[in-house]
Design a protein around this ligand. Structure first.
Ligand SMILES: [Zn+2]
Length: 412
């Protein structure tokens, strides 16, 4: 049997039926529904002769031994957020399984081919994303923090993963799985509006944005709203408000896809009769280029210092979280572009705003690339998430071509 992209769409609908309800997909990691999805997927690959194993982080692997120990990996994640979409993560695995079956049917491939379904990409239950891929990639260094995490019902992370045979201290043994990995491919829905706005079905992903997250605290002086003349005020909210608007210029000055967001401001005392004494503002800045990301942050800090001076208030920056930009492999980006052009006529290169398992694999030094398929209305993490069926089928074809080209390159 040759590649059958329509089977991917049919199987995704089957999975939706099996693991979703009226509110959307319910495949939250470390739940029975997630396990059900894993068993369903195993059934779909039963006839291929592939070995299936769960590693120490409960990543699910299928292996098709090839002429060499070098491995081509194709990956995705079956877990979803609560009330999630039918495609986020699942498309990657189900499309990957179609390509995997096609390769298996053609006999022994020149290199070993593996499909991986990463555990707990979403971090929906405990707030820690990329669990399985970070364990495998060697970047899981926060075991002490993970030990303290609990879900809404007070169940701890160690307890929940323990029920699925995973121990925090040994989860990183999943790293052995990447010992022979030579290339990693991941297909994903875009989860944003760019491809749709360009009327293109598919794009090659350049890498994932680096992120700088800060809490910006502005401090002024609480004062009576009636008795304090305007010129006498030291209004903390004025600083936050000026930064919120200046972010448009800050992003524009650095450019090249820069994005900055002030996601929230909390004011104290926060009553209608007082000037704001303290304003705590959340700032998120992203760029694909490390120097540009640093420039974005520096620009924001400089503006804050100026606003603080002009408003006669104080300002303080506290880093909440950051991650460096992760650039995918140039050679694989070329191959992804070629594959997309062959099936869709035109390709577009774009960065990824969200992080993906591919970022962890790439961080581990394994040449990596992703292919994005258009998301309708740019929506994801909601039951409204959708992609045209014809585009889903094109994405399976593009992944298949990319896999063939990558195998040929590894084997040469
Ligand atoms: Zn995803």
């Amino acid at each position: 049997m040759a590649l059958d992209p329509s089977r991917t769409v049919a199987e995704l609908k089957e999975l939706r039926e099996l693991t979703g309800n009226d509110d959307g997909a319910q495949r939250v990691a470390w739940t029975d529904t997630w396990v059900q999805a894993q068993e369903w997927m195993a059934g779909k690959l039963d006839g291929t002769g592939a070995e299936m194993v769960f590693d120490a982080a409960r990543n699910q692997w299928w292996t098709l031994r090839g002429g060499s120990e070098q491995e081509l990996l194709i990956g995705g994640h079956l877990d979803s957020v609560p009330n999630g979409g039918w495609l986020d993560g699942a498309l990657n695995v189900v499309a990957g399984s179609e390509v995997f079956r096609r390769i298996a049917e053609e006999g022994e491939p020149p290199v070993t081919v593996r499909l991986v379904s990463w555990a707990d990409e979403e971090g929906a239950r405990f707030g820690r994303s990329l669990f399985g891929s970070s364990a495998a990639a060697g970047s899981m260094k926060d075991q002490d923090e993970l030990r303290e995490l609990t879900d809404r019902d007070g169940i701890s992370l160690p307890e929940a993963i323990g029920a699925h045979g995973v121990e925090l201290d040994s989860a990183t043994e999943a790293g052995k799985q990447l010992a022979n990995a030579a290339s990693y491919l991941e297909l994903h829905i875009e989860q944003g509006p760019v491809l749709e706005s360009m009327d293109l079905p598919l794009g090659a992903v350049l890498g994932t944005y680096g992120v700088e997250r800060h809490r910006v605290t502005w401090r002024g002086q609480a004062a009576h709203a009636g008795s304090t003349p305007m010129a006498e005020r030291r209004d903390a909210l004025a600083g936050a408000a000026r930064l919120a608007l200046e972010l448009r210029q800050i992003a524009a000055r650095t450019g090249d896809g820069a994005v900055c967001t002030s996601g929230g401001v909390v004011c104290y005392p926060g009553i209608v009769t007082s000037v704001v004494e303290t304003a705590e503002q959340l700032l998120d800045q992203r760029h694909l280029n490390a120097a540009s990301l640093a420039a974005l942050l520096e620009d924001a800090k400089e503006c804050c210092r100026r606003f603080a001076e002009e408003e006669r208030i104080d300002v303080e920056f506290e880093r909440i979280w950051n991650i460096e930009p992760i650039l995918f492999d140039d050679g694989l980006i070329e191959l992804a572009d070629e594959s997309i052009k062959e099936v869709a006529g035109q390709s577009h290169r774009l960065p990824s705003g969200p992080l993906h398992d591919a970022a962890e694999v790439s961080r581990a030094g394994i040449p990596t690339v992703m292919v994005f398929v258009q998301s309708l209305r740019g929506l994801s993490h909601t039951k409204l998430e959708d992609t045209k069926e014809e585009h889903l089928e094109l994405s399976v074809q593009a992944l298949d071509r990319l896999a063939s080209k990558t195998i040929a390159r590894l084997a040469s």
